[in-house]
Write a protein that binds this ligand. Structure first.
Ligand code: MRU
Length: 367
């Protein structure tokens, strides 16, 4: 029997194959192809070309990727092993610039290596294996928690607009922005979900629509330029989006077009919710303007999805992959620790303090 797309692992580790296993998202929805990647070049390419994508999934892929690099190392002595690890880390970190989860996960893996410089290299490899699996397993709990908090903001029958794909396909399970919908489905809620197609790479049309339909959701696909019309029609009670990096002041960077959706939602008086795990919040970046925005190849705009090139050869193309919703347009930011409300510089700091407390208690408990 054909498996539902929700039954596939977005991203996983296969210990027997020594491989990062992903569903190739560039082939969806038409073809479900599972790839087992063992080489660093292939893992780097898979992230860069969006075979695996979405901030949390990229973080998990990088954690598994760096573990696989470390596992293959023939170095027996700590200093040379660490040098090799650093080179592999820098390489994977260069795959995409915006989603902070990539760097967050690599930092977490590096802390394992640095914190155990006295241990034999083989033992460090085992610890890296466990940390990669921790990052993966935690993502499920974190997204579930975001789903529960988000569900508290909506009611049965609501119309919800989403942009890009911040669902299970962007995480290990549940997603961030789509988690409240998945959790609601488990409880028998029926929502009407409107999905922006999300030019130019169509993550909404190809991925969110597929994921929503697979969960039995009443789903309507719209072109990006139709969002205002569906809001004006009164069909949307709330907007849910994910994020690739939230700055300390609450500016939330997400797929290009998010900023416009936030502005429209404010105009029509519709709440605009950003769902972001704390791994996506970058307290070292003060405001949205300081976030590096990835620019992608012009062909994604002029050629992709068309039978033949649709724009004149010489036209200039600007293809930023992300923009950010100004914090003042965001009703609240939903994290695994609860909802942060304006002023975000205070509420996000409080959430980080709480996380520190939890992590501290966890560390004490494991002594
Ligand atoms: O370029 P992509 O497809 O990786 O962009 C993904 C997004 O912008 C998502 O909305 C974001 O990563 C949140 S994922 C839970």
């Amino acid at each position: 029997m054909l498996k539902n797309i929700m039954d596939y692992d977005t991203v996983a580790l296969d210990d027997d194959l020594g491989a990062l296993v992903i569903v190739d998202q560039t082939k969806l929805p038409g073809v479900v192809e599972v790839l087992a990647l063992t080489e660093q070049e292939d893992i780097h390419r898979a992230i860069r070309t969006l075979k695996v994508r979405g901030a949390p999934a990229i973080g998990v892929a990088a954690a598994i990727g760096i573990y696989l690099a470390a596992k293959k190392s023939a170095e027996r002595e700590y200093e040379s092993f660490y040098r090799e690890f650093r080179a592999a880390r820098e390489y994977l970190a260069s795959s995409r610039p915006t989603a902070v989860n990539l760097f967050w996960a690599l930092d977490r893996m590096e802390r394992v290596v640095r914190g155990n410089s006295d241990a034999p290299v083989d033992m460090i490899k085992d610890m890296l294996h466990n940390e990669a699996l921790n990052i993966m397993d935690e993502d499920v709990l974190v997204c579930r928690s975001i789903g529960e908090y988000g569900l508290g903001l909506i009611k049965d029958g609501d119309g919800i607009l989403t942009h890009c794909n911040a669902g299970q396909l962007a995480t290990v399970k549940y997603g961030t922005a789509l988690a409240p919908i998945h959790v609601g489905r488990e409880r028998g809620y029926n929502f009407r979900v409107f999905v922006d197609e999300t030019r130019p790479l169509l993550q909404g049309a190809r991925l969110s629509s597929l994921e929503m339909l697979a969960d039995g959701v009443n789903t309507t696909l719209i072109c990006d330029n139709m969002a205002s019309q569906v809001m004006k029609n009164g069909w949307i009670q709330s907007v849910f989006v994910g994020s690739d990096r939230v700055a300390a002041n609450g500016d939330a960077c997400n797929k290009i077009g998010t900023s416009g959706v936030a502005i429209m939602a404010r105009y029509y008086g519709i709440p605009f919710y950003v769902c972001a795990p704390t791994s996506t919040i970058d307290m070292s970046v003060e405001r949205g303007e300081d976030i590096v925005i990835e620019e992608r190849p012009p062909e994604e705009v002029t050629e992709m999805w068309y039978r033949e090139r649709m724009a004149p050869q010489d036209v200039k193309v600007y293809n930023p992959a992300f923009d950010f919703a100004d914090s003042e347009l965001i009703t609240c930011i939903i994290t695994e620790y609860g909802k942060a409300r304006p002023p975000y510089s205070e509420s996000l700091r409080k959430i980080f303090d709480e996380r520190e407390g939890c992590d501290g208690r966890k560390r004490e408990g494991t002594k």
